[in-house]
Design a binder for this molecule. Sequence first.
Ligand code: GLN
Length: 447
Amino acid sequence: KIKTEDQVPGKEINSFLSLAEERAMQQAEKIDGMLKAGENLPVLAGVPIGIKDVLTMQGAPSTAGSKILKNYHPPYDATAVRKLEAAGAVLLGKLNCDEFAMGGSNENSAYGPVRNPRALDRVPGGSSGGSAAAVAAGFCVASLGTDTGGSVRQPAAFCGVTGLLPTYGRISRYGLIAFASSLDRVGPVTRSVRDTATMLSVLSGPDPMDATASQTPVEDYVAATKAPVAGLKIGIPAEYFGEGLEPEIRAAVERTLDQLKAAGCTTHPISLAHTKYAVPTYYVLATAEASSNLSRFDGVRFGHRVDHPKNLSELYKESREEGFGPEVKRRILLGTYSLSSGYYDAYYRKAQQVRTLLARDFLAAFAEVDAIVTPITPTPPWKLGEKTEDPLSMYLADIYTVAASLAGISGISVPVGETAEHLPIGVQVLAGHFQEAKLLRVAQAIE
Ligand code: GLN
């Protein structure tokens, strides 16, 4: 049991925002009792797991990395949280993240940035930076993150761990504090593809509390990781290997492709022609949805309320002014603008149309190939503070992750080595909707 703040191991990494000691101890004792009674143990029995702070969990606050939810203690568990505990996991507490999952470096958290355990002067990626850092540092065996535009895959790549983007609808979003509902997905961060498969088996399936959670049958993902990959066709999209990709990352992806060929896969050049529109499309749609979703934080129903407002309008304005950080405000402004009647057709509707084109690119590709291999990020993790003054350069770093998010397909980030400076490199594998079995099979072959 941790008694004081200072005893928290690895405190400088700042990955945990709160610990759910009581709940974790109860669960550990329960599992211990089962063990002593000689009962059959569930698949995650005793496995310590951390939860991104945008997911609700009773017994701990859910701040979503925001000041506006500082004292929010949710009275219910997210479905993903409930399922992990039912499978025997010991839930340690809540993990730091960018405010409302908006960011790619974890520097937008109201509770301070997370440091990359592999290089303390570097960002861990984001928005699930705490989830990736805690697994990389060994504070927990696995964690839950969320991926709206790359937020599980990119921090996994930056911290040298494995991160899954399940198909939209594969894992229930009930209890996930919404950023952009048509894009938000819960995904596990782990230390191996095999662990990812185990987590996915536990987390997947329909949920009466989330109408978008799919009825598509859950497969045996662990068995899938043991199947050979010989004969699988791997697509290499030209658009993901253009300008701005650091040579060391390109070389790592090329080594991965050689590895797959040696295992009997064939590689095929493909084109995902609309890729160059993915970042602008994502930032129009994600901010539009965010501006709508975040209207519930009004100082009345949830979270922070300003002291002594003069009237109702001031109560709304001042509570939001004090509660939200600069990146969240920027996005609410952008989203409100593109949804406004004068600009809706030019931005929001247009972006929805381009989203369909991006999805069609992938559908056409998956008619020809089984999986696609690409980089996750154009560069290795950057230094803390390096991009904070330039939000646009931060947005552009999402170039390889957001198209898969817009298309709803499955993806995974697998660590494949490091740069000369010992910074981790991840490779992305993408597969079609509900093709997680095939995705994990390919991922296992490159691990
Ligand atoms: N970096 C992207 C953004 O800032 C992705 C965030 C996410 O996936 N939650 O929106």
